[in-house]
Design a protein around this ligand. Structure first.
Ligand code: AMZ
Length: 247
């Protein structure tokens, strides 16, 4: 017989660590604080980068088309090839600014689209996409300096606070929110616990964070703060956090 479960002792689920492959000029890179001119190239081929993480056990890969996010071009052909050949679900963000763009990716086999700028500038798009495709296929990324949301490849401040946007997103039917601390992204500085706590308070549904994860202390912080996962780049590329993560 199975032992009785006691409601008082749930074991918190281990945070999901999602490897990210940021694509700029056709290569797998990481930027420092999102600055397109401060890139480190980790793999010449983003498909090889994605395969590397899948080979180590990733069940979901986060792809960012940095050129599309910053308005410097796009890497959609590379993304289509990854989606076709990788064999595990991928989520894609960067430059998805309208329904046609989002649906082209969803149709090509992308598991879920990640909407940043358009979620701030055109919140109806999020509601429309969720109504048409379901909340499991649409994620919003709020990328912020402090709690002020940035847009257009993080080059612009929106003047809007996370707290002003989260109620609208909940109303649109959003389930999963990504929050990125732009000031720590690609820096290996570690997560800002107070900021994580505040965002956790503002978004009660599934929360994935990014920006600054450096080592297992950060993964423990996620678990302690009840955050479901993190998008991790530089830490696993550089090996300050061993992937797959075991605590
Ligand atoms: O590093 C950057 N400058 C950057 C980045 N990683 N700018 C945008 N992005 C990512 C966001 C999100 O996943 O974290 O691109 C997506 C949002 O793009 P858009 O085009 O919808 O704002």
């Amino acid at each position: 017989m199975l032992p009785a479960m006691t409601a008082s002792s749930p074991s918190p689920a281990a945070p999901l660590i999602i490897p990210c492959v940021d694509i700029q000029s056709g290569r797998a890179v990481r930027l420092y604080e999102g600055d397109p001119d401060r890139e480190t190239v980790y793999f010449e081929s983003p498909l090889e980068a994605a395969r590397h993480w899948v080979g180590l056990g990733a069940g979901l890969v986060h792809l960012v088309d940095l050129d599309a996010a910053t308005g410097r071009g796009e890497n959609r052909a590379v993304i289509a090839q990854i989606v076709a050949e990788l064999g595990v679900p991928v989520e894609v963000g960067g430059g998805i600014r309208d329904r046609t763009g989002a649906e082209a990716l969803l149709k090509s086999g992308v598991d879920r689209v990640v909407i940043g700028t358009a979620a701030v500038k055109n919140p109806e798009l999020v509601a429309e996409l969720i109504a048409a495709h379901g909340p499991e296929r649409v994620v919003v990324s709020l990328d912020a300096r402090g709690l002020e949301v940035a847009t257009h490849g993080w080059a612009q401040g929106s003047g809007l606070q996370v707290a002003e946007l989260t109620p609208r997103l909940a109303e649109a039917g959003l389930e999963t929110l990504i929050f990125t601390d732009v000031t720590r992204d690609g820096t290996l500085k570690g997560l800002d616990r107070e900021l994580m706590r505040e965002v956790r308070r503002l978004w009660t549904n599934t929360l994935i964070v990014g920006g600054g994860v450096a080592n297992t202390d950060d993964v423990r912080l996620l678990a302690q703060e009840g955050i479901q996962g993190a998008i991790v780049g530089r830490a696993i590329y550089e090996g300050t956090l061993a992937y797959p993560v075991s605590l």
